[in-house]
Design a protein. Structure first.
Length: 305
């Protein structure tokens, strides 16, 4: 028990906790919808007390995600890129929750070279270094993590050099749930001819997304796009525009494969979009990436104490 530790991926919507042994194996898992966005400080403290009752006597407690944000328990800040695992481990943020010590993984921040713009991530850093440590990501290359707020990360010599965030997933969810475009959606987004047309239009760069998105409504009204294909077209538009932004910031070398990390269904869409635009990709299953990252951080933290 003395070498066991607890790792928590505590996001806005969900609480995912793992009891792990000193070798990084997951011994037990506890997941529930108890995200930071739904809890005040009393609620966060009560959740940690429940954690202690579930796994009593485990001293080391790590956490990543929104628990370390400005709406979480204690702001862990952001570590500047470029950064490797050693730099991240040195920046673990110590705090106390419900009377017990917790080490929070900071997010990452960068200032991109191509456009001089800042960007931030929180939570994905643990996943990235877990996969890098396991040899499941290239030590040099471009990694995409599709999702609600998708990341495109440039890896150089096993370190996170810089990255780009796109809100394509959230924009799609909101547009198809309410508002004017929701009225034209008659089915789920799938890969097919409508998706392909959307990808090519979004990646073309001739018109901005504001114009292209309203154009989807005009296509349906004018019977140039079936309602059951509207979601596919919209998803394609957003993914195509996102890939175009990534190519502007990080020109893809000929023959360079983009590594995709995330849920299978959404990665399949990005893989198809990349293929349509002439780019190869390889998908990595990220189911255990976060726990691998915690295991690597734990090992390094223990070695430094």
């Amino acid at each position: 028990m003395g070498s066991d530790f607890i790792a928590v991926n505590w996001g806005s919507s969900n609480f995912r906790a793992y009891r792990m042994d000193g070798g990084g194996q997951v011994l037990d898992t506890w997941v529930e919808a108890a995200g930071i966005a739904a809890l005040d400080r009393t609620g966060m403290a009560l959740q940690v007390e429940r954690l202690d009752r579930r796994w009593p006597g485990v001293e080391r407690l790590y956490a990543c995600g929104m628990i370390g944000s400005n709406i979480g328990w204690s702001d862990a800040g952001y570590a500047d890129c470029p950064i490797g695992l050693d730099g991240l481990a040195a920046r673990l943020h110590a705090t106390t929750v419900a009377g017990r010590p917790m080490l929070i993984v900071p997010g990452l921040a960068c200032q991109r070279a191509a456009d001089g713009a800042p960007d931030i991530m929180r939570g994905e850093e643990t996943e990235l270094f877990g996969l890098l440590g396991a040899g499941r990501l290239p030590r040099d290359g471009l990694v995409a993590l599709p999702g609600t707020h998708g990341k495109w990360v440039r890896i150089v010599e096993g370190r996170v050099a810089e990255f780009m965030t796109a809100m394509s997933g959230e924009v799609f969810d909101r547009l198809t749930a309410q508002g004017l475009l929701a009225s034209i959606v008659g089915g789920p987004a799938t890969v097919g001819a409508a998706f392909e047309a959307g990808v090519r239009a979004g990646a073309g760069g001739r018109l901005g997304l504001g114009t292209l998105l309203f154009g989807a409504r005009a296509r349906v009204i004018r019977h140039q796009l079936a309602r059951e294909d509207a979601a596919s077209y919209l998803r394609g538009l957003l993914i195509g525009a996102e890939i175009a932004d990534a190519r502007t910031l990080y020109p893809f070398a000929d023959g360079q494969a983009i590594t995709l990390v995330g849920a299978g269904a959404v990665c399949a869409m990005y893989a198809e979009a990349l293929s349509l635009l002439g780019h190869a990709s390889a998908t990595v299953d990220a189911a255990d990436a976060t726990t691998r990252g915690f295991a690597a951080l734990h090992a390094m933290a223990r070695a430094n104490t």
